[in-house]
Design a protein around this ligand. Structure first.
Ligand SMILES: [Zn+2]
Length: 743
């Protein structure tokens, strides 16, 4: 049985109050206030000074005034934290002793709502230190192969804790006029306690697998998904029984980056009123908020969403991000149409740092100014990048660690083959996403849910990056899309995993792709030799004639109609090992072979390009622009047309977001210039932005029909005096967020 939560989560009956308000909310503060209660032996540990005055300096009236003055339109406030402490006089859970009966959550909520901010109650689900200490039988038991759950003891959702948690959510929703519930820590699983093992055996007729190599691992993924989905559905029902207008906001953090066996899947978003994803740049880089916004928006299929960014340089270390970086992170999210939720944690006594809000105020002001040009935007559909959930499940079953370096100690080159397994999902997806964003090609994300797949036809080209699994329904939809004239770009291997459903007929797949996959190269560091007619087609970027490829590459055998080989393989002079090496470098290009590695063919009315070379992965790991430029060139070629708005020159540090708002075409340009980073062993420094970017001059290509162009200044459209029908708009003196209105 391989039913996944995709099919089981009940469709949401949206009772969301004020959906338009939530859709235009852009400025939120996440008051991230987990505070230990040292009167509880399970929260005390060995070092804390029990006399330290936690929560002494919390001042709801002043604190909420500071947030409101900074321009926040909504706030996440703590009802119950990860320690399991309630910040109100609960009769269900554990009261924080330092509050001595004070209703801090209630005071906070009233102070915020009096100032016009909407209040979202924070609730920690599977982390509850107090409950885990008091009720050891409720604890989640991690699989031995996955190690401990870290510092937070986790709770099993099939234990008696489930009733407690649902009762506490009911208590919160009944007592307080909350606008929403922020439902955190749903991903501490899978649990292998006797309850969960019995439930698994009952459902699948065999023992729970112990490790990812064991048969049935994907069943465990589905079991985890259903455990979370069922719990979330009950929580939603409880919330809506008590407060029918309240929104449920489950933390759906960074899913491509999260092992699928923890149980999150986009199917759960049917139960969310507002999609939420953490987008901290110190986790996954400066490009992460953009990816997180695109991901959660695609997951929500156009319903409201938020992305969390941090006020801390290292989340959470009580540093303060530069205003320039706060701006860049917030603007990439806001320009894409998601709420910017800034995570702030109060200090040890519960006092907030007003300096955070002095820095934040101008960021929120700019967002408020631009919101009319990002609300109700219909994003331009051009390229679609596949981020299916089944691929995550296959990654969970087959993913492997990075291969260690084989180079000499002083050598400066990275290992030529970074992973031994074919599955490399995160690098493939995020590297491809970055490549398209840096090339200013509109990119939307798609997955296998029927509603998501139904939007495929609105795009020009579909990108499948190292997609090891493809279901029958997806194959049928993709075949139809290409036959009708859609473009298809495939990188790496496609549909080689048989983990799910019935395998796609090899013959049908070969017909669509126009190639058969051959053997992997014997060398781990081959080169791509780019054909003459592909070089120079990258929208201004020049593609090198020879590009190294970290990792073996499969041969392609063209069988399609009108096939053209766009790149052949050149082998290196040698394979690096302990006895054979080429100075301290990667081996130089050597023998030119006639083995195709990138092939273009026609299928129906569409163009199909297969690159056996893995471009997104190489781009993600090495940042070498050639991989990104090559992928972007293939996408443009398969699309057969350019997007409506383009940027002349490279401007890779500028993200372009294009959509229709009313009768206008609106283009947002968000720019961030990172400072040079150091990479100290054992203390990797994240990239940072310390100065607000400025660009002296920039030229946009726009559709010929455009007769006026304006930029937004102080909330008004200021005409740029473009030459009508010229197809070009000149801009000077740009800052880090420019908004152009084209008619
Ligand atoms: Zn369990």
């Amino acid at each position: 049985m391989t039913t996944s939560a995709q099919n089981l989560a009940a469709p949401a009956v949206s009772a969301l109050g004020a959906p338009e308000w939530w859709a235009s909310s852009r400025r939120r503060v996440f008051y991230d206030a987990h505070t230990p209660d040292w009167t509880d032996p399970y929260q005390r540990g060995g070092v804390a000074d029990p006399s330290f005055p936690v929560l002494r300096d919390v001042d709801p009236e002043t604190d909420m005034a500071v947030l409101a003055d900074a321009g926040a339109d909504s706030v996440v406030l703590f009802a119950k934290c990860q320690y399991g402490n309630a910040y109100y006089p609960t009769d269900v859970g554990r009261r924080h002793a330092a509050l001595r009966g004070r209703d801090l959550f209630g005071e906070h909520l009233a102070a915020a709502q009096r100032r016009g901010m909407r209040v979202i109650a924070y609730y920690s689900n599977m982390w509850d230190t107090a409950a885990a200490g008091q009720h050891p039988q409720w604890r989640l038991e991690p699989l031995p192969s996955r190690g401990s759950t870290g510092r937070w003891p986790a709770l099993c959702l099939l234990s008696g804790y489930r009733r407690r948690a649902l009762d506490q959510v009911r208590e919160i929703a009944r007592r307080y006029p909350i606008d929403a519930l922020w439902s955190d820590i749903l991903t501490a699983g899978p649990c292998s306690c006797p309850r969960c093992r019995a439930a698994f055996a009952l459902e699948y007729g065999r023992d729970m697998p112990e490790d990812r190599d064991d048969e049935g691992w994907v069943d465990l993924v589905h079991f985890s998904q259903r455990t979370i989905g069922d719990y979330l559905a009950e929580q939603r029902a409880v919330l809506l029984e008590e407060r029918p207008d309240a929104a449920l906001i489950p933390n759906f953090y960074a899913t491509t980056f999260v092992d699928a066996v923890l149980g999150l899947t986009t199917g759960h978003l049917d139960l969310a009123d507002i999609g939420s994803s953490e987008g901290y740049t110190d986790w996954h880089g400066l490009g992460f908020p953009s990816f997180a916004a695109s991901y959660i928006q695609a997951g929500m299929l156009g319903r409201p969403s938020e992305v969390l960014v941090s006020r801390f340089v290292h989340t959470w270390d009580f540093t303060l991000r530069s205003e320039a970086q706060l701006r860049f992170e917030a603007f990439t999210v806001a320009a894409r149409g998601s709420t910017v939720t800034v995570d702030d944690q109060p200090g040890g006594t519960g006092a907030i740092d007003p300096q955070v809000y002095r820095r934040l105020a101008p960021v929120f002001r700019r967002i408020a100014e631009r919101t009319p040009w990002s609300v109700n935007s219909r994003p331009e559909r051009y390229s679609a990048l596949w981020v299916g959930q089944r691929a995550r499940e296959v990654e969970s079953a087959t993913g492997a660690a990075e291969a260690p370096s084989i180079g000499e100690q002083s050598a400066q080159f990275p290992p030529s083959e970074r992973r031994d397994s074919p599955s490399d999902l995160v690098a493939a997806v995020t590297g491809s996403y970055r490549a398209l964003v840096e090339a200013h090609l509109p990119v939307g994300l798609l997955d296998e849910r029927a509603k998501s797949l139904a939007t495929l036809g609105e795009h020009r080209v579909l990108v499948l990056a190292d997609l090891l699994t493809l279901g029958d329904d997806e194959f049928v939809a993709i075949e139809r899309f290409v036959r009708a004239g859609g473009g298809l770009v495939v990188t790496g291997e496609l549909a080689v995993s048989r983990e799910h459903g019935s395998p796609i007929g090899a013959a049908a797949l070969t017909r669509l792709l126009g190639v058969e996959y051959g053997d992997r190269s014997g060398f781990s560091y081959p080169y791509l030799r780019i054909a003459d007619d592909l070089a120079g087609t990258a929208g201004g970027a020049t593609i090198p004639r020879t590009i190294p490829h970290y990792g073996r590459v499969r041969a392609l055998h063209p069988v399609g109609q009108g096939s053209r080989v766009l790149a052949h393989r050149t082998d290196p002079v040698l394979e690096t090992d302990d006895a054979t090496y080429w100075h301290n470098n990667q081996p130089a290009p050597g023998l030119r072979t006639e083995v195709p590695v990138i092939v273009e063919s026609r299928y129906g009315q569409g163009t199909v390009i297969v690159s056996a070379a893995r471009l997104g992965n190489n781009h993600a790991r090495l940042g070498h622009a050639a991989y990104g430029d090559l992928l972007a060139a293939l996408v443009r070629r398969a699309a057969g047309t350019a997007p409506s708005v383009g940027i002349v020159g490279s401007h890779r540090a500028t993200e372009l977001v294009v959509g229709e708002v009313g009768d206008a075409l609106v283009a947002h340009l968000v720019t961030g210039y990172p400072v040079a980073r150091l990479d100290i062993p054992a203390a990797q420094q994240p990239a940072a932005i310390e100065d607000v970017a400025s660009i002296a001059r920039l030229t946009l290509t726009v559709p010929e029909r455009i007769v006026t162009a304006a930029r937004i200044r102080d909330g008004r459209e200021v005409d740029l005096g473009m030459v009508p029908h010229s197809g070009l708009v000149e801009l000077t003196d740009l800052d880090d967020w420019e908004t152009l209105v084209l008619r």
